[in-house]
Design a protein around this ligand. Structure first.
Ligand code: PHE
Length: 341
């Protein structure tokens, strides 16, 4: 191909391209022009470029220079058009968009009320010096029972009260090998103490499972906040103080807290904690001074350290705060319900 013809082909490609990019007024027209002129396979520039091989050798240098110039020219016309259409944001505006029309609220997703509650509880307890720990939801019997001073014969291990699981690798049918969906977050106390020397001051927030029939106040899965503080001189008085500070922070004002004698195999003494809310006493969880047997099970010396633990129901805290009357509302995922929080 004679040089003159090649240069002319470049020239007209450039003129057409600049025109097309200047005329582009939407994402689609810009893209169509880009493919037509800059397309890597059959774009017009590429087609002309392919013909460079047929230009006489003496003229190849001139042809190459002009080709590069033209490429740059077309490329920058494309960039200009893109900037013009996106206003520098990289997003092309809809030419029909009328910014003067009144706006309408667009509802985006939000955090589930239980998640919001958990975040707030972490925040409050964090300010009291408790760090967050976690543990598995599928537990072995050692962490869910044995280490918590719940012996083989204890009714809390009843298959009717627990979701036992036979895991695939298990070859024997021995009950010792059965795993279970944890029935309490107290498992995490054990896991933390096994791996950390005292002092410890942790909370753990997570799901627990019990085969209860669902009704307004029960659900076979719910969340607990476990707290554990072990140090050289931690007493029941410290427990009451922490529960009181927690209630005041979460529910606001001066919410009275009381503790009543109770029983848990892993605490001695054990208590039930209530707060006074909305004209009545509401139970919000179990607690107590960590039983020496539990400290021994994790290799702590009960002569040297002592501690308290508590386990509170997260759903109840969330429901009280938001005046939710039925726990099932929290898990049916009805958007109109969830949008209220
Ligand atoms: N794990 C107990 C429960 O689920 C609550 C609890 C935790 C009690 C820690 C005492 C100490 O009911």
């Amino acid at each position: 191909m004679p040089l003159a013809e090649f240069l002319e082909a470049l020239e007209s490609t450039a003129t057409d391209a600049v025109q097309a990019f200047n005329d582009a007024n939407s994402n689609e027209t810009l893209e169509t022009a880009r493919v037509e002129f800059l397309g890597a396979k059959n774009g017009r520039l590429k087609t002309v470029q392919k013909q460079m091989g047929t230009v006489e050798n003496d003229n190849k240098k001139t042809a190459g220079q002009k080709l590069n110039e033209t490429k740059q020219q077309i490329q920058s016309a494309f960039e200009d058009a893109k900037n013009r259409l996106t206003g520098g944001t990289g997003v092309i505006r809809d030419p029909n968009f009328d910014a003067t029309l009144p706006g309408r609220l667009f509802r985006v997703g939000r955090l589930h009320p239980i998640t919001q509650t958990i975040e707030e509880l972490k925040d409050i307890m964090g300010r009291l010096g408790f760090t967050t720990a976690g543990g598995p939801e599928i537990e072995d019997q050692f962490h869910n029972f044995n280490a918590l001073n719940i012996p083989e014969s204890h009714p809390a291990r009843d298959p009717l009260d627990n979701f036992y699981i036979r895991v695939a690798e298990q070859t024997t049918d021995s009950d010792d090998n059965l795993m279970l969906l944890r029935s309490q977050t107290s498992t995490v106390q054990i896991r933390v103490m096994e791996n950390t020397p005292p002092p410890v001051r942790i909370i753990s927030l997570g799901r627990v499972y019990r085969p209860d029939t669902a009704d307004a106040t029960h659900y076979p899965m719910f969340h607990q906040m476990e707290g554990l503080w072990v140090d050289t001189n931690v007493t029941l008085a410290d427990l009451k103080t922490v529960l009181q500070l927690f209630a005041t922070n979460y529910l606001g004002g001066s919410v009275p807290v009381r503790i009543r004698p109770s029983f848990f195999p892993f605490t001695e003494p054990s208590v039930e904690a209530d707060y006074f809310w909305d004209g009545r006493w509401v139970e919000f969880g179990g607690a107590g001074v960590v039983d020496p047997n539990v400290l021994k099970a994790v290799g702590y010396d009960p002569e040297k350290v002592s501690g308290f633990a508590f386990g509170l129901g997260v759903e109840r805290l969330c429901m009280i705060r938001h005046q939710i009357k039925d726990i099932r509302d929290l898990f049916t995922n009805e958007v109109r319900f969830l949008h209220q929080f």
